[in-house]
Design a protein around this ligand. Structure first.
Ligand SMILES: [Zn+2]
Ligand SMILES: [Zn+2]
Length: 156
């Protein structure tokens, strides 16, 4: 059984998530078991967010598998378990958990994204491999001075 549903709000974390109302495609299988209905499924949805290294917007896709037993009666279920509400299956909490688990912790726009220049903040993927700053940080310059003085002491 394949169904398409609009994505709920706030499906994701700060950096990346499924846009609200995006098409979520659910491929689910229902099995009757003793205590209730076992739902096994896979959800596919678009992702949008920003690169953890260079903050460039990015889009990608997520696929998350899930399994949940919906109990017929609350008597058999523990506190966190799902209960069937008539013949309604509320898959949203299950799908939400599965998506959050499957989200990349540090999404990147490309696998080898070089990030941002620590000096000027430019995106290094745009700036090219030759981008560098010759200016030495003043604190480092002082250290360099110390080192050459030290060398002179040794010689003298
Ligand atoms: Zn990037
Ligand atoms: Zn720079």
């Amino acid at each position: 059984m394949v169904r398409s549903l609009p994505a709920p709000e706030n499906l994701g974390v700060d950096m990346i998530g499924v846009p609200k109302d995006a098409d979520v495609e659910l491929d689910i299988r229902l099995e009757s078991v003793m205590e209730g209905v076992l739902v096994t499924g896979t959800g596919r949805a678009p992702l949008s967010g920003e690169c953890a290294r260079c903050l460039e917007p990015l889009t990608s896709e997520i696929e998350a598998g899930f399994q949940e037993l919906f109990f017929y009666s609350a008597e058999d279920a523990a506190e966190d378990d799902q209960i069937l509400d008539g013949d309604l299956l509320d898959l949203e909490p299950t799908f939400r958990d599965a998506v959050v688990l499957a989200l990349p912790l540090s999404p990147v726009c490309q696998d080898d994204c070089p990030g941002l220049c620590t000096e000027c903040g430019i995106r290094l993927a745009d700036a090219g491999p030759d981008h560098r700053h010759d200016k030495v940080d003043a604190r480092w310059a002082r250290l360099q001075g110390l080192i050459s003085e030290h060398d002179n002491d040794q010689e003298g």
